[in-house]
Design a protein. Structure first.
Length: 349
């Protein structure tokens, strides 16, 4: 939403001539999650990118405690639910608390307030992180149930993998046409108000194998689409495969995926600069691989690295924030506080 009149960007409640409060301009929210992106992944990606990253633009930085309800080492389902719904839950669970109660997500809350909503992921759109914003299931592996819940959710725009879960289902229920318009070519003029774009059948396209669209292109297309409609919006953007590189203990995989994610961060920063009534948050659900940089040279920023696990670790992860209400995200806090702070921003508390 492009706002040209700087007077509309005030962060304070103003009063009209009758003394009544006037409605404040709603804040756009862009939440970017680098799956598995701990501080070492950021450092390795930065050096691989010539010692620079878009994250250097951010004024406020915090630290998030990533543990789930019962385990110091979280998975993406529990951590995604913490971001999306503000509650700790068990590993593997999406959108439900420890007592099996269904939770409402920040995406759904924003939608109820008239926001446009979008999800972008470089893995399957029914994978744990994006699914935590619209699904309520006991197991993150209930892909067909999750796909059906996406079809019933009023999300305006998504980009991701996982088309097979909508078309080639065990229950034989074909939900492609039920969900939203899926036949618009990427990059064409997008006239439909409900759009989904599958960039692969499952979630196995790698950046270095020519995955298209790249994340910066996907985010730019989404922002352009939303600007046409001139409403506030909530978008979650996941750089999914940083995590997969950590699981594989492959540093080149991690750094290539980080650079793809970093390009999208640049797009988001530029958008905030042009549209100050926007909050940008960049964080991770957890660290993956126990990555450490063990040796390196400043000439060409070459380095060696090592891993201490093929799984996740319990280390805290950074939270970068930029734009309206960004100061809220400094400090050290539980990952559930990211939901709380986003909700406070939506409610202008």
């Amino acid at each position: 939403m492009k706002i040209k009149n700087a007077l509309l960007l005030t962060l304070f409640t103003v009063f009209n001539v009758t003394g009544q409060k006037t409605p404040e301009t709603p804040v756009n929210i862009i939440l970017m999650i680098g799956d598995g992106m701990g501080l070492s992944q950021i450092t390795a990606g930065m050096y691989s990118n010539g010692n620079k990253t878009a994250l250097e633009e951010f004024e406020y930085i915090g630290l998030s405690k990533t543990h789930s309800s019962e385990n110091l080492v979280t998975d993406s389902a529990a951590s995604g639910t913490a971001f999306a719904c503000g509650k700790k839950t068990m590993n593997g669970v999406l959108g439900m608390d420890i007592n099996n109660n269904k939770l409402s997500s920040i995406l759904e809350i924003c939608k109820s307030r008239g926001y446009l909503t979008g999800l972008i992921s470089t893995s399957s759109i029914v994978h744990a992180t994006p699914a935590s914003f619209y699904a309520n299931v006991r197991s993150r592996h209930q892909y067909e149930d999750i796909a059906l819940q996406l079809s019933e959710n009023n999300i305006d725009y998504f980009i991701g993998g996982g088309e097979k879960h909508f078309k080639k289902r065990n229950d034989k229920y074909f939900i492609r046409n039920k969900i939203i318009t899926l036949n618009a070519a990427y990059g064409s003029k997008l006239y439909s108000n409900k759009l989904g774009f599958f960039f692969n059948n499952e979630m196995d396209d790698f950046l270095y194998d020519g995955r298209k669209p790249q994340l910066d292109e996907a985010l730019l297309a989404t922002l352009d689409k939303f600007d046409q409609r001139e409403k506030p919006f909530f978008i979650m953007v996941e750089g999914s495969q940083i995590d997969w590189g950590g699981h594989a203990n492959e540093i080149d995989y991690i750094t290539s995926e980080f650079k793809d994610f970093d390009g999208a961060i640049s797009v988001a920063v530029n958008y905030v600069n042009a549209n100050p009534n926007t909050l940008l948050i960049v964080t991770a659900d957890h660290e993956t691989g126990g990555l450490a940089i063990t040796f390196g040279k400043t000439k060409a920023y070459t380095f060696k690295s090592d891993f201490n696990t093929g799984g996740h670790s319990a280390t805290m992860v950074p939270v970068f924030s930029y734009g309206t209400c960004a100061k809220k995200f400094s400090g050290i806090y539980e990952n559930t506080a990211i939901f709380d702070k986003m909700l406070e921003t939506v409610e202008r508390k």
